[in-house]
Design a protein around this ligand. Structure first.
Ligand code: FAD
Length: 472
């Protein structure tokens, strides 16, 4: 084998997978046919669950920037509000709100983390074909034939990997729903607000400051090939203000709403993740987030199978992520339709948008206990030597983790059977662990490497049997 895993595409999905594989020591290549990193903002909302995932991957996202929404009618301000009002950190959810951050910054942080782990994206390298057999995949990578154990298509909505597999991409193209998107430098607007003209007669326009840059993202309902002049004209027409002047555009695009998803996430040794598997409206900022979490679900499973777990573990990727993609499609389509509804405030979000409720309950990896399959919540606690900590600190890292409440012997039994599983004896000082995990001392919580509850039990042999079955 030339590498164990070939990742096709270095958008947020491919990068998240590369980081996860790199920290597990999996020999991989991540290639992108583009000459360098994508320069445009595209997705700009990082959901709370993705912030947790990135924290686990070793990428710290600053959560300080939170502009308020300001709605105008022409030059007149008609309303102003905080779309995250009332969303405060809790013991279970330290990052409760969407973080506004351009996709290129998320990608840059992932590339920096990958570099720390010794990896790098190979730009200007296209995968132009592949074939698979029982033992591996032979791909044409930058003109060379490369042999790998697994190939993952993270190659975006027009995925050639998906097409080569012949996997269907059913859904709709909303031809009448076009949007001009661009990153601009402008004068005349402050950077403390997401300025929006939701009901301008010619169509909506929004100008959102992109934190950490001097850019604004312009979004306008319009079906016109963008240019600097076009952006200027859209702003003039829809804001009714001469003092808001676009000086420069660093990226622009005409976006066409596609709402489609695959019927399979895997064919043999080839997987699809991110936009290659599902594309949807940008409403609700779900695209980048869902792709990152596809990667996070798949990474540990690939690593486990490459080190001896049964190959059927890889079937659970589709079983767990396909229903999530289907729900995201429905959610983002509903939000898309609401953009035209004068009674709905832009930025108002249902709880589902934050992706904290994504659960694999009832799925093939859900063990016993009432929270099995759910996201593992945070909780302040102490180690048995009195050191204060949090569950998220204990979970950080690539392994399965067992938290034991008053069950030291049971933890030792798990360690003897599975030495690479991390175990912690935890003192639940304020009851947050018991409340969050639905477990009472003496008890054990087994958490998966992707931060979902595998099971809760008082019986160590149940934990050992689960790990025997999943990891072999
Ligand atoms: C114009 C536009 C506006 C958007 N706005 C929003 C938004 O406001 N909010 C939101 O949440 N989402 C938005 N999205 C969607 C969001 O950007 C995507 O969900 C996200 O980029 C998906 O990440 P990905 O890594 O799966 O795919 P991509 O980011 O598309 O990355 C795929 C990569 O694969 C590479 N590639 C393709 N084929 C090959 C090949 N054969 N060999 C090697 N490399 C290959 C490409 O060069 C590319 O870098 C927008 C998308 C677009 C295009």
């Amino acid at each position: 084998m030339d590498a164990e895993v070939l990742i096709v595409g270095a958008g947020p999905t491919g990068l998240a997978l590369a980081v996860d594989l790199a920290r597990r020591g999996v020999d991989h290549r991540v290639v992108d046919r583009a000459a360098g990193p994508f320069p445009g903002s595209r997705g700009k909302g990082l959901q709370p669950r993705s912030v947790e995932v990135l924290h686990d991957l070793g990428v710290e996202v600053l959560v300080a920037d939170r502009p308020r929404f300001r709605a105008y009618d022409g030059a007149r301000v008609v309303a102003e509000w905080d779309p995250h009002e009332g969303r405060v950190p809790t013991p279970a959810t330290p990052f409760p709100s969407t973080v506004l951050i351009p996709q290129f910054r998320v990608e840059a942080m992932l590339r920096a983390r990958l570099a720390e782990l010794g990896g790098a994206v190979e730009y200007g390298v296209e995968v132009s074909g592949f074939e698979q057999d029982a033992t591996g995949v032979t791909a044409v990578v930058g003109g060379d034939r490369v042999r790998v154990a697994y190939l993952v298509g993270c190659d975006g909505g027009r995925s050639s990997v998906r097409k080569a597999l012949g996997v269907g991409f059913a859904g709709e193209t909303w031809d009448d729903q076009r949007m001009v998107v661009g990153d601009v430098r402008l004068t005349g607007l402050d950077r403390d607000h997401w300025h929006t003209w939701p009901h301008s007669p010619a169509g909506m326009i929004g100008l959102c400051p992109l934190p950490g840059t001097d850019l604004y993202q312009l979004q306008a309902q319009a079906d016109v090939e963008p240019s600097l002049e076009v952006l200027r004209a859209l702003v003039r027409e829809r804001t009714g203000r001469d003092d808001v002047v676009v000086r420069e555009a660093t990226w622009m695009s005409l976006y066409r709403a596609n709402v489609r998803m695959v019927d399979r996430f895997r064919v043999g040794r080839v997987f699809l993740a991110g936009d290659a598997a599902h594309v949807h409206s940008p409403a609700g900022a779900q695209g980048m987030n869902t792709g990152i979490q596809d990667a996070y679900n798949l990474g540990w499973k690939l690593a486990a199978v490459l080190t001896g777990a049964g190959a059927e573990l890889l079937d659970t990727y589709e079983a767990e992520r396909l229903p999530v993609a289907a729900r995201v499609l429905g959610l983002s389509s509903d939000l898309h339709r609401q953009v035209a509804d004068p009674d709905v405030r832009p930025g108002t979000r249902p709880e589902e948008v934050f992706q904290l409720g994504v659960s694999y309950r009832g799925g093939p990896l859900a063990g016993v206990g009432e929270r099995a399959g759910d996201r593992a919540p945070d909780a302040p606690c102490e180690l048995s030597d009195g050191t204060p900590t949090t569950v998220f600190n204990l979970l950080r890292g690539p392994e399965f983790v067992v938290l034991g409440l008053g069950v030291d012997d049971a933890l030792a039994m798990v360690r003897d059977a599975h030495p690479y599983v991390r175990t912690y004896s935890v003192v639940d000082v304020a009851g947050h662990v018991e409340a969050g995990y639905g477990v009472v001392a003496p008890g054990l919580v087994l958490v998966r490497p992707d931060g979902h509850v595998a099971l809760t039990t008082a019986d160590a042999s149940v934990v050992v049997a689960y790990l025997d079955q999943v990891l072999g």
